[in-house]
Design a protein around this ligand. Structure first.
Ligand code: DC
Length: 230
């Protein structure tokens, strides 16, 4: 099987739609690789913070993208992300890193610089790719495309629970404001705006449990490809 024959399932959607959790579970069920493309943008955001790089300086951010080494370590339940060799998993999940990632992701040269790094994840037996433009720009030839949505209120509540469990002080109203602002920025940027691929199947996850969404995604894959060793 060559890289281009390797099947890809793209799962795109806004923050908090459940993409990350669903994609990881689906990848595990299929025995496929998993790409968390948002982590790449967040990693550059974190590296920019470490280097005191101004988020309003696109040329410096492009240099930072080229200079930043990003690695993933699968620890069963969790995917650890290494930025320049340092474990930055927890820092990556902060709202600060998310906001920096969203600003950085609007720079066309940054997106171009990350394209090949994302495509390199396409390895047999298959790839589940999670992001905003997986089905539209990075893997337009993917055989299976899903676009997950959920109401902004539900997405804010999910994030609130997540952060609250971790003891991070946040308010629901603040999170809702941030989610709406990020949605608007991601959907209105000139390059690779957040939108479903024409051939993507939309699933609204509002009010649905994780297992229900995973089952719906798997049900979309007609001749279910098999994982390693099958
Ligand atoms: O999925 P996430 O919240 O980790 O993504 C962080 C930011 O990165 C988000 O604001 C949009 C951007 N992003 C993107 O532009 N394209 C992707 N494929 C993934 C994320």
């Amino acid at each position: 099987m060559t890289t281009l024959d390797t099947p890809v399932l793209t799962i795109d959607g806004p923050s908090g739609s459940g993409k990350g959790t669903i994609s990881r579970l689906v990848a595990r069920k299929l025995g496929w690789h998993y790409l968390d493309s948002g982590a790449l943008y967040r990693a550059v955001g974190v590296a920019a913070g470490w280097g005191d790089i101004d988020l309003a300086d696109p040329a410096a951010l492009v240099r930072c993208t080229f200079d930043t080494e990003i690695g993933f370590r699968d620890e069963g339940d969790e995917l650890r992300v290494l930025v320049n060799g340092q474990d930055a998993t927890d820092e990556l999940r902060t709202e600060t890193a998310g906001a920096a990632a969203s600003a950085i992701a609007a720079i066309p040269e940054v997106r171009a610089a990350l394209k090949d790094r994302q495509r390199a994840f396409r390895q047999p037996p298959g790839l589940v790719a999670d992001g905003r433009d997986m089905g539209t720009v990075i893997f337009p030839d993917a055989a299976h495309k899903v676009f997950l949505t959920a109401s902004a209120e539900e997405r804010a509540e999910r994030r609130y629970k997540q952060l609250n469990d971790k003891g991070v002080p946040v308010t629901l109203a603040g999170l809702l404001r941030e989610i709406l602002a990020r949605d608007a920025r991601d959907a209105s940027r000139a390059v690779a705006p957040l939108r479903p691929a024409e051939d993507a199947v939309r699933i609204d996850t509002t009010g649905l449990g994780i297992d229900e969404v995973v089952d719906r995604v798997l049900a979309l894959m007609p001749a279910r490809p098999v994982g390693p060793g099958a």
